[in-house]
Design a protein around this ligand. Sequence first.
Ligand code: CP
Length: 298
Amino acid sequence: NKHSLLSIQDLSIHDIMEILHDARVFNISQQDWHLPMHNALVANLFFEPSTRTHYSFESAEYQLGCSVADFNSASSSVTKGESLYDTVKTFEAIGYKVLVIRHPQDEYFKELEDIAIPILNAGDGKGNHPTQCLLDLYTMYDEFGTFEGLNVLICGDIAHSRVAASNKDALERLGANVRFAGPKEWEREGYPTIDMDEGVRWADVVMMLRIQKERGASLAGISDEDYLHTYGLDHRRYAMMKENAIIMHPAPVNRGVEIADDLVECEKSRIFKQMENGVLVRKAVIKRAFGYSAFKED
Ligand code: CP
């Protein structure tokens, strides 16, 4: 479906800027904007744990006046062996108009090409996380007003991160400079690296990533404290950051591992702001999925 959002690569720069614009209109608008109720059935199908993405999609859906079904795979017919395709086809058959899906399999959506209704990808394995990318872009644009020439440092478990992959693609297309730092074991081909101290001095945005243990990431023989001082954002590195630089993290955060506990809510941190912005961009993405064009520019 042309209104699906499966990967950030599906979106042109023009599409991305339209979504950011709509999210901004949702932010500043004093008026509610509602979809017609009879036509606004949305189901959230999460086959992998989630707090932010799941419940900010749900918040966005309710704010748009949608009727929301919250699918629980553990109490569904998935436990009887029903496939992802048949599960999704069932939601289409019983009248749902838009589906939000998170699944541990990379590019699970390739199995769903025959589904006619829009699918919004809420994360596939270590592949894509397009709405996380959009909320990250919104947060940076809100702060700096441009992507052109912006220096973005992404740190930590690059190898297993769908957030790193989605952000690299979009930020490079938008004219930002993106560099990566972290353990050698988690470097990724085609992802330009920088020494972490040098990167922290260079960056306008320092984006920290969690170690994705659920995808097999592990470093032998290193304590949380050693990780923090070797690869994380501790106070020594915080002191090296540019005056106007900001800290981002897609969360969940392992406080005291990739970032010092008290830096999570420090002045430069936009970590909880990112979550607020997530609701705005998800409203914009849902509106688009229902076929509405972008709000007019002023
Ligand atoms: N950032 C993010 O995707 O968080 P959740 O896994 O809690 O949705």
